[in-house]
Write a protein that binds this ligand. Structure first.
Ligand code: FAD
Ligand code: SF4
Ligand code: SF4
Length: 462
């Protein structure tokens, strides 16, 4: 008998007043009983609408059926056919706009908690599976992957499983891309990402950190002098945008990327760590996306009073609803319809406040969202010690400027064939945020998979 409850089994979580003082994971995960109960809400629809909402087409009813019957390892094997990072996607995928928004149970009530079930299955597997995979026999072809985010890791894994000798080159000192330097520990524990990287290493993938392609070595050198027959560019979109307003170069102004990197990658939140981090107690985060929520929630955990400044209203916030709710529960203040005009400094060159302006919503712009317009004479000042700019990012131009014949869009995205990920250079493929601009983990993974399949076809014909 299906479970006809209209609501999802709630996710056990740390209480807001406790979790806003620590960096431990907020959501604690289902127990086996809760997972089986939730899985019984699935109607095993014949036309499987949920699968069409998943960019990597996981057999959702198939894995949920196994969960309902208590066959958790079998459920993992179903997911593993389509996804290399289920413990990650089960945690950070925007399920509400992907698989879950297509679920028929969502027509009357809440959809099946597909993401929570995926996370449960992946965590169960990680806890119980002790054996790492064996290294496949080499097929003698050498492939380079630039960047160790979800697109690069997925591409590397798929090629390594086919016997390619894969080397991942990563600019930072730790592999994982945004999964380790951007998304905070309390949403995605780093040990989970490390497990995925250990699996790749067991498959024979070499990971070379502290190598900046375009500086340490170029793509042309990799191909012409080091014998790499094909290259995948998964270098992400890590270049932060600023507002270009007065005061943005004061001490105490960060891009969200820098702020989060100091906390996540350089462990600034640990009491014995010497990475410098925010100055003072009054912090403003400018922006309304997921990155803004992550930066605000980190600053809160470091003991600050945090205000999010956003120029539209709550209804237009681009962040996931769950992240906004978590931020609100944790005591973050939202100042809507507000735009900073200038960051104010003190005599020592540190941030002392911001001059802001009230906004109103005007006519819709090209994105369909109502354009914020300034309310004349509404300027006001607020006191601050630190400002974090979370206004979006774009691809870094370094790889384009150092690779002969690599075509990009004007905003920096690498131009590829959508079916294969092939760039304007023979043997050079690309995917993830480097192509699309800032997007999602699952789309980056999907692009890594597509490119790996095309690279295999190309190299087998060589
Ligand atoms: P990245 O993950 O950016 O990895 C690129 C890697 O390439 C980096 O490690 C970088 O150091 C390296 N690199 C760059 N240039 C070079 C070079 N020249 N040489 C060598 N290495 C180089 N998505 C979701 O789905 N859900 C979320 O909840 C979510 N939250 C997010 C929170 C934050 C704070 C941020 C910043 C992003 C978030 N995203 C989220 C977006 C998601 O993380 C990205 O879309 C995804 O990581 C893109 O993957 P990628 O492989 O293209 O690039
Ligand atoms: Fe849903 Fe993401 Fe899992 Fe696909 S990978 S089933 S979209 S949570
Ligand atoms: Fe199950 Fe919902 Fe998918 Fe139907 S749409 S198979 S109920 S998860």
């Amino acid at each position: 008998m299906p479970n006809m409850s209209l609501t999802k089994n709630p996710m056990p979580s740390q209480a807001p007043e406790i979790r806003n003082q620590n960096f431990l994971e907020v959501a604690l995960g289902y127990t086996p009983e809760q997972a089986m109960d939730e899985a019984k809400r699935c109607l095993q629809c014949k036309h499987r609408p949920c699968v069409s909402g998943c960019p990597v087409r996981i057999d959702i009813p198939g894995f949920i059926k196994e969960v309902a019957e208590g066959n958790f390892e079998a459920a993992y094997q179903v997911i593993a056919k389509s996804s290399a990072l289920p413990a990650v996607c089960g945690r950070v995928c925007p399920q509400e706009s992907q698989c879950e928004c297509k679920c028929v149970r969502g027509i009357k009530g809440e959809p099946v908690a597909i993401g929570r079930l995926e996370r449960f299955v992946a965590d169960y597997h990680n806890e119980h599976a002790t054996q790492l995979p064996e290294k496949p026999v080499s097929n003698g072809h050498k492939v380079a992957v630039i960047g160790s985010g979800p697109s690069g890791l997925t591409c590397a894994g798929d090629l390594a499983k086919k016997g390619y000798e894969v080397t991942v080159f990563e600019a930072l000192h730790l592999a994982g891309g945004v999964l380790v330097y951007g998304i905070p520990e309390f949403r995605l524990p780093k040990s989970i990402v490390q497990k995925e990287i250990d699996t790749l290493i067991a498959l024979g993938v070499k990971v070379e950190t502290n190598v900046v392609i375009g500086r340490t070595i170029t793509i042309d050198e990799l191909m012409q002098e080091y014998g790499f027959e094909a290259v995948f560019i998964g270098s992400g979109a890590g270049l932060p945008k600023f507002m270009n307003i007065p005061g943005e170069n004061l001490k105490g102004v960060y891009s969200a990327n820098e702020f989060l990197t100091r906390i996540n990658l350089m462990k600034a939140y640990l009491p014995d760590c010497d990475t410098p981090i925010q100055h003072g107690k009054k912090v403003a985060v400018v922006g309304g996306g997921n990155v803004a929520m992550d930066a605000a929630r980190c600053a809160k955990r470091l003991g600050a009073d945090v205000t999010i400044i956003y120029r539209r209203t709550e209804a237009e916030l681009p962040a996931r609803r769950e992240e906004v709710e978590h931020a609100m529960e944790e005591g973050i203040i939202f100042k809507f319809l507000t735009n900073p005009l200038e960051i104010l400094g003190n005599d020592q060159g540190w941030v002392a406040g911001a001059r802001c302006q009230e906004m109103a919503l005007g006519e819709p712009d090209s994105s369909g969202r109502r354009r914020p317009v300034a309310v004349e004479g509404s300027e006001f000042d607020i006191e601050l010690d630190c400002v974090i700019m979370a206004l979006g990012t774009s691809p870094n131009p370094l790889i384009k400027s150092t690779t002969e014949g690599l075509e990009t869009e004007r905003w920096g995205g690498i131009i590829v064939n959508e079916e294969t990920g092939l760039t304007s250079r023979q043997g050079v493929y690309a995917g993830g945020d480097a192509v699309t601009g800032a997007a999602t983990v699952i789309l980056a993974m999907g692009a890594g998979k597509t490119a790996a399949a095309a690279m295999d076809e190309y190299l087998q014909k060589k």
